[in-house]
Design a protein around this ligand. Structure first.
Ligand SMILES: Cc1cc2nc3c(=O)[nH]c(=O)nc-3n(C[C@H](O)[C@H](O)[C@H](O)COP(=O)(O)OP(=O)(O)OC[C@H]3O[C@@H](n4cnc5c(N)ncnc54)[C@H](O)[C@@H]3O)c2cc1C
Length: 416
């Protein structure tokens, strides 16, 4: 074995976000000498801004099947296996009792720290990683990683900082995140590190991102929020649907419904169809027919916010003062199209600058699904958002970061 003059560790983890911190805890608990490197001056920058600074740390309950809240272009069976390694109630207990962060339930299946402070989650992870014996080193941005090669007779990885500093490690975990909100430190450089080490990636795209519109009638409704059901349609075929709240903004559309639907529009160019207040065509038919003598404008405004109701009636071409009972078949249909199949006029999206996550990334085929070890570079593990997995709004992305971080940390700490 070659002798190194640089600090030497069993496991070096690149990136002190949710996944890297969790990996550090479990690698250190497994008995490994662990260093966690981050290019920023603090850990978990993204945790701190999550959930509007309150951190929606996990969902309350899993959907059935569990992996339906997650997206990958890889194998769904592989995804399913990950979720069996650490069940949601156990992760919740871990956050409550081992990170010492009491949690409260909120509407829409969300768990937040009782304190309302995302910082408590970040601090809990840092405290636990350090108590388990991991060393966290800030302002240490990894610029390159040399893998063990027979040529250099080294059985270790060498991690190079942007200056002259080096660290030597038997195993490396890449937890560098995606490329959304690059000011938090995850700027996509991790994909380049992964590529140099032989990994394939699927093209990345902003996900959970607000959408934009040029339709000024709609941006004039900025601030208005209401429940909707949405459908994503590609070439006339429905590819996804959901029910959540919708928000009009000065630039377009946001809120959980739009964020969940956004990647279908961004990646697949899907049309997004909205049913305001989640009412179906049949609900509206029954409602309008039961008020045959009432005028259309007032009847629609009985269900929808006034300004939205007025706009939709106007756009349907129906005269608002008409009685519901006098609507012809074609005017009825035109009105129903506005009320429950409203095509969002999307001009674009707000991009990686504000997207909550990155879709795409290092393929699941590049890793061994039972350990998260690279198939291309033995001794290297990948976890968190750098992989081609992301979740819906609702704490699912931290769930993925925690599950994958734990698995990578535990497996990297094992001595063969
Ligand atoms: C505004 C916003 C709100 C969100 N809210 C929620 C929420 O409420 N609930 C939820 O579940 N998810 C939420 N998310 C998503 C969630 O924050 C991420 O999915 C999750 O943090 C990803 O964890 P990660 O550890 O994989 O990556 P990151 O948290 O991005 O961590 C990667 C780390 O790697 C470091 N790094 C990168 N490259 C290098 C390098 N070359 N050398 C050294 N260090 C490097 C970075 O500095 C960073 O600290 C939100 C995201 C955003 C942007």
């Amino acid at each position: 074995m070659s002798q190194h003059t640089h600090p030497t560790y069993d496991v070096a983890i690149v990136g002190a976000g949710a996944a890297g911190l969790m990996a550090a805890i479990w690698a250190a608990r497994g008995g490994a000498k662990v260093v966690l490197l981050d290019g920023q001056s603090k850990a978990g920058g993204k945790i701190l801004i999550s959930g509007g600074g309150r951190c929606n740390v996990l969902p309350i309950e899993s959907c059935d099947p569990v992996e339906s809240s997650f997206h990958t272009s890889g194998s769904r069976n592989v995804l399913k296996r990950f979720f069996k390694t650490w069940r949601l109630p156990e992760i919740q207990d871990f956050v409550r009792w081992e990170l010492d962060v009491p949690l409260v339930e909120e509407d829409d299946n969300k768990l937040f720290p009782e304190s309302g402070k995302a910082r408590d989650v970040r601090d809990g992870l840092v405290r636990e990683a350090e108590q388990c014996g991991a060393t966290i080193t800030y302002d240490w941005r990894v610029a390159a990683i040399d893998k063990p090669t027979p040529k250099t007779e080294s059985d270790c990885f060498v991690l190079h900082a942007e200056d002259e500093r080096q660290i030597v490690a038997k195993k490396v975990i890449l937890a560098t995140g995606g490329e959304s909100v690059p000011s938090t430190g995850s700027d996509g450089f991790g994909y380049r590190l992964a590529k140099v080490l032989g990994h394939k990636s699927v093209p990345t795209f902003p996900a959970l991102a607000p959408l934009t519109t040029n339709d000024s009638d709609l941006t004039d409704l900025a601030g208005l929020s209401l429940p909707v059901s949405w459908r994503a349609v590609v070439s006339g075929k429905e590819v996804a649907s959901g029910e959540r709240s919708f928000l009009f903004t000065h630039k377009g559309f946001s809120g959980p419904a739009v964020l969940d639907a956004s990647h279908y529009a961004i990646r697949d160019n899907a049309e997004i169809l909205i049913a305001w207040e989640g009412n179906t065509r049949q609900d509206w038919i029954d409602f309008l027919q039961s008020r045959a003598r009432r005028n259309v404008s007032k009847t629609v405004a009985d269900v929808l916010p006034n300004r939205l109701a007025a706009l939709l009636v106007k756009r349907s071409g129906v005269r608002g003062e008409m009685r519901c009972g006098n609507l012809t078949r074609s005017t009825f249909d035109a009105l129903l199209d506005q009320l429950c199949d409203f095509r969002l006029p999307i001009s674009g999206h707000r991009g990686f600058a504000v997207a909550e996550v990155t879709g795409g990334g290092v393929t699941l085929e590049s890793i061994d699904p039972s350990t998260l070890e690279s198939r291309k570079t033995p001794g290297l593990y990948l976890c968190g958002e750098i992989l081609d997995v992301f979740g819906d709004i609702g704490g699912f992305n931290f769930q993925w970061a925690f599950i994958s971080g734990r698995l990578a940390g535990e497996c990297a700490a094992k001595v063969e």
